[in-house]
Design a protein around this ligand. Structure first.
Ligand code: DQQ
Length: 559
């Protein structure tokens, strides 16, 4: 019955909805995206409390309803039935109470028995103390869950004892242990150590602190937006947070130092001990991250409709506050990604959710092309390259002439900075030039280089924004990481979602992600081109290239 209501509601809006809100703006607003989520205007940051409930996807996000800079922080609320097209509702939470008057900061949703969703979020009071609060839907039979009521028992937790009240935020989704009690973590810094404080509850409303945290690190400062969830060790399916059974390991993610660091480990729900199996949390370019570019304060959820875990992250701007004021907006959400454990069990794999394919329009293919060393970039014809989804596979042979490096441990970001797209090596740099102008005055290079270390080959993946714009006051960082693959026996692949001012790249079929923001002045809209290039001395084979023009998503306000 409820499901039927939802379907007819969506049909009505799809037929009558004004899908042109985004489209009409591109000639005036060359940096607005076509298929990444953003509200029609104003500031957004962290994704909050994503969930799938009663046939509807909900995405909440830190939102300023009144302007393009951080402030008046509310929980923006949008809903979807496919994670691609969205209806924007009124904010679910606004800063109105003494316990959240300075902002309804980040948090999560949990689906309690019933099923009944709740929001756990951090409020900031007029003295900037951070307090934890709870809200629930006013009307559970409303398929859109438009209205949310803040509980009159708020705040549910305040900073006491060793907790600093300005370092106490971002409650996670709660999970249930074998004793029937709920658990959740809150980000903090205790005695200078990044910490995931652990709390228990029998009903989801009243919480008490555990005498030990779930995890902490003496190598980092404050942890924001902790996320904790199981992943399967026997396939790509996602798992709900409270699942108890075999063949799982756990992921703990913490946001600090501007990045999303994660650790894979084993979790014992009897003792609430989490033991890191991969490198424990620290500040390093060699530490596992969801993304090695711009991507922060992410949040994942279990999608019971498709048995998958889906991840969202905030992708902030690389231009100035003045630019944000001129544009009237700031901030994007990444394209939602499915997440699972890699075959090696040593890291996660991420890939755009399959629904992206419904946006694919005209396709362009290339196959088996020898890219001779140090030749001019090859233009990919017939593509509207400002808004495209592209996937390329390269293969390299006879690696005995690969550039030597004298260690198997090195900082990949530094290496990408030192050996950028214009610095010729032997195998690489090869890759793609996106959002490129006709004469290559502007381009963003996403590329690979293969090195020979003392014990193995290393495949470096870089995203080089140093030539992305003739404008001066925009960020032009170079990002890098390595791909855990064997270039002798495996192809080197790259998928890039190119969307006007964002380039979201997935190397090695999702083994590493690098997201960049760019602000070209010439390579905008129909002037943006795509090239394949090889600036190394050795030949590389372009085994295949598939690229699609992408249609725009519909993002429609329904008040
Ligand atoms: N953003 C929120 C905080 C969180 C931070 C405030 C992370 O709750 O710690 O907008 O970007």
């Amino acid at each position: 019955m409820l499901g039927g209501c939802v379907v007819s509601f969506f049909l009505f809006l799809v037929v009558n909805g004004d899908g042109s809100v985004h489209a009409s703006q591109h000639h005036l607003q060359p940096y607005r995206t076509g298929f990444h989520f953003q509200p029609l205007k104003n500031w957004i940051n962290d994704p909050n409390g994503p969930m799938y409930f009663n046939g509807v996807y909900h995405l909440f996000y830190q939102y300023n309803p009144y302007g393009p800079l951080w402030g008046n922080i509310s929980w923006g609320h949008s809903i979807s039935h496919d994670l691609v097209n969205w209806f924007i509702l009124e904010p679910a939470l606004s800063p109105k109470e003494t316990y959240d008057i300075e902002g309804c900061l980040s948090g999560s949703t949990t689906i309690l028995d019933g099923p009944k969703p709740i929001i756990l979020y951090t409020g900031q009071d007029s003295d900037k103390n951070q307090l934890q609060n709870l809200a629930f839907p006013k009307n559970l039979s409303d398929p859109l869950l438009k209205d949310w009521i803040k509980w009159d028992g708020n705040p549910i937790l305040t900073a006491v004892n060793d907790i600093n009240s300005s370092q106490f935020r971002d409650p996670s989704t709660a999970w249930m242990g074998p004793d029937g009690k709920w658990r959740m973590v809150i980000g903090s810094e205790i005695n200078g150590h990044g910490t995931a404080l652990l709390y228990y509850s029998s009903n989801g409303f009243n919480w008490t602190r555990s005498d030990k945290p779930l995890h902490f690190s003496s190598e980092t400062g404050m942890w924001e937006c902790p996320d904790f969830y199981p992943v399967s060790s026997v396939g790509k399916n996602g798992i709900d947070v409270s699942f108890q059974g075999n063949n799982t390991v756990h992921v703990l993610k913490a946001s600090y130092n501007g990045h999303e660091y994660y650790v894979i480990g084993s979790y014992d729900p009897q003792t609430d001990q989490f033991l890191a199996v991969t490198q424990d949390f620290r500040v390093s370019n060699m530490q596992l991250r969801y993304d090695y570019g711009r991507f922060y304060a992410s949040k994942s959820f279990y999608d019971s409709a498709k048995q998958r875990r889906v991840l969202w992250g905030w992708v902030d701007e690389g231009d100035s506050e003045l630019d944000a004021i001129k544009k009237g907006w700031s901030g994007l959400q990444s394209f939602p990604r499915s997440v699972w454990l890699s075959d090696t069990h040593k890291q996660l794999v991420q890939w755009p959710v399959e629904e992206i394919e419904k946006l694919r329009a005209k396709q362009v293919n290339m196959k088996n092309i020898e890219l001779k060393g140090e030749t001019s970039p090859l233009k990919v014809p017939g593509l509207r390259a400002s808004q495209a989804d592209i996937e390329v596979f390269f293969s390299v042979t006879n690696l005995s002439d690969a550039e030597q490096i004298d260690s198997d441990v090195f900082d990949p970001q530094l290496l990408c900075e030192q050996k950028n797209a214009s610095s010729s090596g032997s195998f690489g740099p090869f890759g793609i030039l996106v959002l490129a102008s006709k004469n290559l005055t502007e381009y963003t290079a996403v590329f690979f280089r293969v090195f020979k270390g003392p014990n193995k080959f290393h495949v470096l993946m870089c995203s080089d924004q140093s030539r992305s714009s003739v404008a001066e006051k925009v960020d032009k960082s170079i990002y890098g990481t390595f791909l855990d693959l064997d270039p002798l026996h495996e192809k080197i692949s790259l998928r890039s979602l190119i969307d006007h001012s964002i380039v979201e790249s997935f190397g090695g079929e999702g083994l590493a992600c690098i997201t960049a923001r760019v602000y070209p002045k010439i390579a905008i809209n129909k002037h943006a081109k795509l090239y394949v290039f090889n600036n190394g001395t050795k030949n590389v084979t372009l085994s295949s290239l598939n690229a699609w023009n992408m249609n725009k998503t519909r993002i429609v306000p329904i008040g």
